[in-house]
Design a protein around this ligand. Sequence first.
Ligand code: ZN
Ligand code: ZN
Length: 357
Amino acid sequence: MQKFWKVLLVLIALCLSVGRSSAASTVDLLTVHFLDVGQADAAILQCGDVSVMIDGGNSADSSLIYAYLRQTLGLEHIDVMIATHPHEDHVGGLSGAFEACSVGSVYSSVTSYDSKAFDSFRRYTARQNIPITVPSPGDRMGLSDLTLEFLSPVRTYENTNDNSLVVRILHGQNAFLFAGDAQWDAEHDIIDAGYDLRADVLKVGHHGSDTSSSYVFLREVMPSYAVISVGAGNAYGHPTETVFSRLRDAGATLYRTDLQGTVTCISDGETLSFTTQRRCDASALWLAADTLTSVQPGDMPAAAPQSAPYIGNLNTGKFHYANCASVDDMKDSNRVPFDSRESAISQGYVPCKRCNP
Ligand SMILES: [Zn+2]
Ligand SMILES: [Zn+2]
């Protein structure tokens, strides 16, 4: 009789282990790139042949975005583009994504917003004939082995940050939460609405500002890993000590783009692994902006981004052939890539008189 129970236990254990390994092996690997775009947000998710982009950095990052998509990832199509909210540090650099790739569908917290960066974003969607969808909280969509859930805004706020689309992405047994720049009011309303917020990886809200990542919110999310997308020496003092102490209490392992550059996470549906572009002392990672002066981020790898055939100057509104002498003199932060002459003109740029593009 004892033998019977032993055999039964072994059988149950076998079934469980087969169940677990098949859960991991039946989903395509997911790679999430949290791009180092300074004081801004940009993330690209690739799962099988499906790709999702959440925010695209500042306008000055559009060349970087273009090169990362075209050269580093070799991507030609983005299935779903999500602009969490219309601030420039989230939508500005999406122009580089529109130049590099065709785009399937676009989600945004608004369809209009009075800014140059959002106007440019709108012109791109109009040109590629893509309607801008404003999702409702609770909307879900399946995309290959990913499930996307929109959780916020639950209501309309005066503060543009609070109106951020908050997106939870499920991949096998792993969950990712992208909080945009949502602040306390929005965080509390998501909890009150009763959504499941649990996530293994949290893209920390609002660049590590202490107006986000409240205790109650983190208690619901319970992140094992927290990624802060933030610029070194930013004027806002992000990230702050208070946010660190809350993240520490939550027991999260920390990653941050200002010290580690682009952070990449791979999920097999069960386990997660992280790599970073630069190495950084573990002790320095938990230093808030105001105590960080003595820490120098590691060397930036020599970047040789693939240039688009045409380069616009954000400052002058002119565009040039990539090999025009004026492009050499242009500050990196003023360069915007264009894949065609028509594209530059449709964005309101005028041809340079020297190179006559
Ligand atoms: Zn922001
Ligand atoms: Zn914002």
